[in-house]
Design a protein around this ligand. Structure first.
Ligand SMILES: [Ca+2]
Ligand SMILES: [Ca+2]
Ligand SMILES: [Ca+2]
Length: 206
């Protein structure tokens, strides 16, 4: 018995016997392409996120040490050795460090590591040990004309390397305990004895 096939209809030998139509095949191919594209986009986004995370981590790691100056040494407006804050601009007087007031923006001048064992926890340039080593003063009180140590060791040339009396001072043996080797010229000819030899009243000229 001879079989006849409908005319005008093409049969695909590859799909013959399969229930998958051409349309379904095209849709399947399209989805494959889409899936591959989606995977690529996801991978790209993940890659970008990793790059951003690494950049943030590196910035954090390298930024933290940069906030702490390598050296805290600085010069104050009065030409004294001072303490440099984290902002690298503010230069504190030594006596502003560990004085229970936050003078640096971040309060680093009151850090426990700096103030827990005074004066040894301070940088050496911020304090001075008096003739009696159990007594110390902030270094900005050294050579300031005032007897801060109590034994005038902070005003001596031998221990504190202090220069002789400056132009605003008169060299004599003061009668007042608060001075050591000189008295302020403002005390000259003020009608009161400030030097043991009265030179502040009879020799010194304001
Ligand atoms: Ca302070
Ligand atoms: Ca002094
Ligand atoms: Ca006087």
């Amino acid at each position: 018995m001879n079989r006849t096939y409908p005319k005008g209809r093409n049969f695909d030998n590859n799909s013959f016997g399969s229930t998958e139509t051409m349309l379904e095949k095209e849709e399947k191919d399209c989805c494959h392409g889409c899936t591959r594209k989606c995977v690529c986009i996801t991978a790209l986004v993940l890659f970008m996120l990793i790059i951003i995370a690494v950049a943030i981590a590196l910035a954090t790691v390298f930024a933290l040490p940069a906030r702490t100056p390598e050296s805290r040494l600085c010069t104050t407006a009065d030409n004294l050795t001072g303490y440099l804050c984290d902002d690298r601009i503010t230069c504190l007087l030594p006596s502003q460090v560990c004085n229970s007031a936050n003078d640096c923006g971040n309060g680093e001048d009151e850090a426990a590591s700096l103030c827990s064992n005074l004066p040894d926890s301070l940088p050496g340039n911020l304090f001075f040990r008096c003739g009696n080593p159990s007594i110390w003063i902030y270094s900005n009180f050294k050579c300031n004309g005032i007897n801060n140590c109590g034994d005038c060791s902070d005003e001596s040339a031998a221990l504190a390397s202090c220069p002789s009396c400056g132009s605003g001072w008169w060299n004599c043996n003061p009668v007042l305990f608060q001075y050591c080797n000189c008295v302020p010229r403002s005390l000259c000819q003020n009608g009161a004895q400030d030097c043991s030899d009265w030179s502040d009243e009879y020799v010194c000229i304001k």
